[in-house]
Design a protein around this ligand. Structure first.
Ligand code: NAP
Length: 466
């Protein structure tokens, strides 16, 4: 039986890796998701066959409650609220790992199990510390994104010093528990300090940086699961935890690189506050005249275009304009216009945000073009339609050394012949800085909600070409 279980774990690990590999491309992502889910099913069934399972009734009750809640949440969640949903799931993942590891230690303290030895006390300590921190950190991230607490960075004097001292205390307690695992006051001290640390580390980070924090905490929950795998001597948990830990730290780095910010800058710079200050000293005020167009005016220029690139951003997600924009793209294609979508790696508020929305609206994958590939093509583009995007098309990132987003790679839409920007006002985007693109001679603003404006533009095109 033991060999069969180990072989099942190997199969599960292989399916996880194949799943991740397939998740790397939109074409194969659904298959990847299914493979990983089958892998998880194999691992769960194999674990249920382990001889030490004490009560199948309790396990089934847990599965019923968890699966029931998970299904309701997944069905009801809005796409725009997906980051906070991931944050919650992360938090529960970290908590589960910490609880299982803690149960092992508490059972030993009560004399039900032998005292942990070898690498196990270190693994218990790692799981409890990282899992507890992930739980409270993820809940603060959730509360910020759900606007239960303000999204602005919460800062106070000596904040970094306090956090550094708490981190040192956590490490000291962790060392103490690893050396004498049955010293329960030390253990509860470690739990308390780790929980507080999770809250205090995330509070000073601005709401809009939460996707990066969530990805980092997701990585931590993987590390906690991996440590618990060592506690239970469960290879499936070790492998899946390592995969989560590694892939999310890579994702965190990709996000930071795409914003041209270091992880330290995301974690410690209270970015929202800094950006607001920058806006206050001239970042966000008007820098010239803007030209406001109507959808009907724009239809004339679109009708004469041969090549159109649509740049979706966070505003498309807010307005849920993905279906409307697919209809616009189809209308243009029927007129013989070559249409592509330019995808910036951090457009929106979570990795792959635009890809997911456009896939939901059945926009063909081959129309989606990555930033590096599309940028050289903008000078030959007749019309760019910027749809609720702002920072990812801000030329200040290329040209203004004083800008908070200087150095962030952007879509060079200002190099196209004509640029239409759909947004509701002159308000800045996530970074809080004004966008010189809006004041360029070749830029025309169409003010309004992205979905309504795109629908009006499609209608105007139909009428103009009738
Ligand atoms: P953005 O810079 O935040 O700008 C979004 C624009 O959409 C706003 O200027 C807003 O202007 C407009 N908007 C909002 N609701 C709208 C609606 N209903 N209809 C029309 N327009 C609407 O977005 P982005 O260009 O996509 O850039 C993403 C930003 O998020 C970057 O700074 C990136 O670094 C950051 N970020 C991304 C991730 C990620 O993983 N994707 C993670 C963390 C941070 P109005 O209010 O005037 O309408």
């Amino acid at each position: 039986m033991n060999t069969a279980i180990q072989l099942a774990y190997l199969l599960a690990a292989t399916l996880f890796i194949l799943g991740l590999r397939n998740l790397a491309s939109p074409r194969t992502a659904v298959l990847g998701n299914h493979l990983a889910a089958i892998g998880m099913l194999v691992a769960v069934v194999a674990t249920l066959l382990v001889q030490e399972v004490v009560s199948y009734g309790l396990v089934l009750a847990g599965i019923a409650v968890g699966a029931g809640l998970g299904t309701v949440l997944a069905l009801r969640i809005e796409m725009t609220a997906m980051p906070q949903m991931v944050a919650l799931l992360n938090g529960f993942g970290g908590a589960a790992s910490a609880l299982v590891a803690a149960a092992e230690l508490l059972a030993a303290a009560d004399g039900f199990l032998p005292s942990p030895s070898g690498i196990v006390p270190v693994a218990i300590v790692a799981s409890v510390l990282v899992g507890s921190l992930t739980l409270t950190g993820s809940f603060v991230a959730f509360a910020k994104l759900q606007e239960l607490i303000g999204g602005a960075p919460i800062t106070y004097p000596l904040q970094r010093t306090t956090n550094a001292l708490l981190a040192i205390a956590a490490l000291g307690l962790a060392f103490g528990v690893a050396v004498s695992p049955l010293d329960l006051p030390l253990f509860w001290g470690l739990v308390a300090v780790s929980l507080v640390l999770g809250v205090l580390v995330v509070l000073p980070i601005g709401g809009a940086d939460m996707p990066v924090v969530i990805s980092l905490l997701n990585s931590y929950s993987g590390i906690a699961a991996c440590a618990t795998g060592f506690v239970l001597d469960n290879s499936a948990l070790v492998v899946s935890g390592s995969l989560v830990g590694a892939s999310d730290i890579i994702l965190t780095k990709i996000m930071c690189d795409a914003m041209n910010r270091s992880l330290a800058n995301v974690l410690f710079s209270a970015f929202g506050a800094t950006a607001e200050e920058a806006a206050g000293v001239g970042g966000a005020e008007a820098q010239g005249n803007v030209k406001a167009y109507t959808p009907e005016d724009a239809a004339v220029i679109f009708s004469n275009a041969r090549r159109v690139v649509i740049v979706p951003g966070y505003g498309m997600a807010v307005a849920q304009a993905q279906h409307a924009v697919r209809e616009l793209a189809e209308e243009l294609a029927q007129m013989g216009v070559h249409v592509q979508f330019a995808i910036h790696p951090v457009a929106g508020r979570m990795p792959g945000h635009m890809n997911v929305l456009l896939a939901e609206a059945d926009v063909p994958y081959d129309q989606l073009v990555e930033m590096d590939e599309i940028n050289p093509q903008f000078p030959e583009t007749d019309v760019v339609l910027v749809l609720g995007a702002n920072d990812v098309v801000n030329p200040a990132a290329r040209e203004q050394k004083s800008s908070p987003i200087y150095g962030m790679p952007i879509l060079d839409v200002d190099r196209a012949q004509h640029v239409f920007v759909i947004k509701r006002s002159m308000n800045p985007g996530f970074a809080g800085v004004q966008n010189p693109l809006f004041f360029n001679d070749n830029t025309m603003m169409i003010f309004g909600d992205a979905k309504k404006v795109v629908m009006a533009l499609t209608e105007a095109l139909r009428e103009y070409n009738a």
